[in-house]
Every structure is written in structure tokens, then in C-alpha cells.
Design a protein around this ligand. Sequence first.
Ligand SMILES: Cc1cc2nc3c(=O)[nH]c(=O)nc-3n(C[C@H](O)[C@H](O)[C@H](O)COP(=O)(O)OP(=O)(O)OC[C@H]3O[C@@H](n4cnc5c(N)ncnc54)[C@H](O)[C@@H]3O)c2cc1C
Length: 441
Amino acid sequence: MTATDADVVVVGAGIAGLATARALSRSGRSVVVLEARDRVGGRTWTDSALGVPVDLGASWIHGIDGNPLWDLASAFGIDTVEYTVGSFQFDGRPIAWHDPSGVRLSDDAARAFAADLHTVDAVLHSVVADAAPGTTYAAAVATALATLGWTGPRAERVTEYTTHRSEDLCGAPATLLDAHGLDEEHVAGDEVVFPGGYGQYAAALADGLDVRLAAVVRSVSSSDSSVTVGVADGRAFTAQHAVVTVPLGVLQAGDVTFDPPLPEPVAGAIGRLGMGVYDKVFLRFPERFWDDWVIRQQGPAGVDWHSWYDMSRVTGQPVLAALVGGSGARRLETRSDDAVVAEAVAALRRMHGPAVPDPDAYRITRWAADPFARGSYSYLHVGASADDHDLLGTPTGRVQLAGEATWGDDPATVHGALLSGLRAAGRITGAVAPLPVTVLG
Ligand SMILES: Cc1cc2nc3c(=O)[nH]c(=O)nc-3n(C[C@H](O)[C@H](O)[C@H](O)COP(=O)(O)OP(=O)(O)OC[C@H]3O[C@@H](n4cnc5c(N)ncnc54)[C@H](O)[C@@H]3O)c2cc1C
């Protein structure tokens, strides 16, 4: 195929781009996928440097009920493990809570804390529903606590939990998240992870497609009759349509230029939405010194190092993962590997004592510093509207954007990315709705 023979050029070989390309290819269109990295998958990235597969990007299917990824797991023969705590739940998989001094909460105290969170969430629901435009999630939580009349350590524990929820699910501090920023976080059914890694999806979707790796796209120029996509090395690909799936952070940085410039409402949505940061620190130990699925630290010591996940349930090897979002992630990205590992081990010794050994291997992500991600996922920055996600995906002539940030029902997820790709493909084939997921299987 010559470059000008393609019906469609897809920019980005993450899940959105690969779903777009595979659906179009299955519908008889010729497609070229241009990917900046030397691998497919984007923010799904399974790595084996620790000797077992670990996911440096996405790990979970956030709710298997009605989720297209769940259907595809069977179609692609991908094994799963149930691990229902990926949406920062407080009563999914068992959690070992540690109080601010590092001591583990008794079962009764842990139950009381979970009950407090249920109580606050019920009040918070109405506070958010009535929130004036421009209200932050942090302000909504403060209002909910004032309504309940809670103060002191009880209110502090709840506030820090909701702060971590914002940083974890949105990658943003609660003071920057719109009060409605967690409205779409409903999880239907169990959550699962993949012993063989999320990367299996990208590999299966890419099978048979024309994917050009190491193709850093710099420009997208469209006319009435065609669209030309320019690559940093001077190559140009001309097609009838272009679907651009680069992350929101890459669009915001202006790393890809559009001629003519992206019009409203797309340009406005790019400016209003936020790009959050969420990073992972994997530590491989000589042996397991913990018994729990999830370990959480309350209080000031848990500002950054608050949540640990037992990867041995998934990999069979003694690996713990700390997940850090928002300001904590941005701070850690400025530190050396040695400094990050030292902080992580100190945090574990605070809870589990001085006998915690040094890890014999580690893996640290830095998604904000990644030039082809510039963050981890999109979020509803205060002042943005929930409609901005779908507005971002508004087709403009021969060009449309796709990707997690464009899927209003479930932004910041892999299945949102996948569905946005099926929507983009459906628009090109003239379908009235997103193409069905069965086209991918
Ligand atoms: C640490 C982390 C944990 C996460 N956890 C979960 C989770 O548990 N569950 C979940 O559902 N979601 C999770 N997510 C979110 C999920 O990974 C994303 O929503 C989803 O993978 C995004 O897919 P996408 O196709 O929209 O974007 P991407 O996967 O980012 O794909 C875009 C592609 O464009 C490429 N690109 C960028 N710039 C250029 C350029 N100039 N030229 C050519 N190509 C370019 C990129 O390299 C990339 O391959 C997580 C994300 C991160 C970072």
C-alpha cells in the first residue's frame, strides 16, 4: 500500500486508535496507523522487567457488567483475576487500614471508618447535585462534612480519603477537580485485572493492521478533498479521513498542529478539561511480608504514600505496587529512582516495622514526563462541563479526535477509549451509532 492509498490515517496506536483502525479495516476500509512510540498500546503497557508481567499503565476493567472489554477478554482468550478495589473502593477487596501512627486499625475501627465514608458519600451526592458552577470537589466535601457537623480527626480521615479518591481516579487534587468530576465513576459489577497484562488487548487489536511505529506526527492538514498527516521525519500520509487519538495532554501542549486549526467546540474543550497524573511504583521483594490485598496509610504520612496493592495475587511473585496520583505523583516525578524507592520503603517500614527488607528490583512510572502522554488521563477541571468530553470528539470536516478524553460516559478508562474508537469508525462508515464491539473480535 502506498501512503496515499489509505482511506483513513489513524494517529496513535493506543486502544482508541487500534479499535478505530480494526473496526474500519473489518468494514473494508484501508487504514494506516501512525504511532510515535516503538510499541503499540499507549497507556496500556505491560512490562516484564521485574520477571513477571506488570501493568505500568491501566490495570483494571472498571466494572465488567456490560463492559466491552469483558466480552473481548473471552474473544481474545485473555485470563482475568477479580480484584474489586481499582476504583478506590473502601469496601471491595479487604483493606488493611493503618492509622496516622502506622498502627493497623482493628476490624471494628475499619468498619466504622467505612460506615463514615458511606454516610458522607450519601450527603455528598446531594451536595454535588446542588453545587453551583465552579464548585470544586474539595469544597463539596467540606460542605458535606459541615452538614453532618463532623470535625476533628473524624472529618480529617474522611477529607484525606476523598482527596486521595480525586488524586487516584482523576489524577488531580480535589481543589482543582470540579464537584461533578466523579459523577461518571459508577462501577457496574466486579473489577478484574490481567495476570498476562493489559497489553494483550493492544496486541490482539493490532494483529493484521498496518501500524507504522516510531512515526511522530507533527501536523494534520485538511482540505475539502483530503487530509495529509505529516511525520517528524518528513514523511506525509494522505487519506480521506484522519482520526487523531493522541492524549489530551499532547493536544494541550500543541505537539500536533492542525491546519485549519481545530474549531469550536473542540478547541474550547481542549482548554477547559484537565490532564491528571497518576503513577505507579512497583517493588519486588525477596519474599512476601504482607498478607493483605490492599494496605492503606491514613494521616499525614499517607499524603503521598497511601495505597499499596498486592501484586502477588496476580503475578504469583512478591511484588507490591504503590499507586500515587495528583500532587504526589508530580512531586515524585521530579525525584531520582533511588529517592523514590527510599521513600517507598520508609513508608512500608512505618506500617510493617524495620524488618521490611530492601526490594531487590523496582519499576517506576513517570507519565507526566512522557512526551507521548503528558499525563495519565483526563479529568473535569473546575469550570469544565461534563459535556466537554464528548464535545472534544466532535467531527470537524475530515478530522475527528478520539480517545479516552472524548468519551463522556466513562472518560479516563480503557473501555472509554475503545468505545470512542468504535464511534469514530462508525461516523466514517456512515453508521448512526458506534460500531458494535463484535466487529473487533
Ligand atoms: C498509570 C495509569 C493507570 C491507569 N489505570 C487504568 C485502569 O486501571 N483502568 C482503566 O480503564 N484505565 C486506566 N487508565 C487509563 C487508560 O490507560 C487510558 O484511558 C487509555 O489507555 C487511553 O487510551 P487512548 O487510546 O485514548 O490513549 P493512549 O493509550 O495514550 O494512545 C494514544 C497513542 O498516541 C500516541 N501518540 C502520542 N503523540 C503522538 C504523536 N505526536 N504522533 C503519533 N502518535 C502519538 C501515543 O504514543 C499512544 O500510543 C490508566 C492510565 C494510567 C496512565
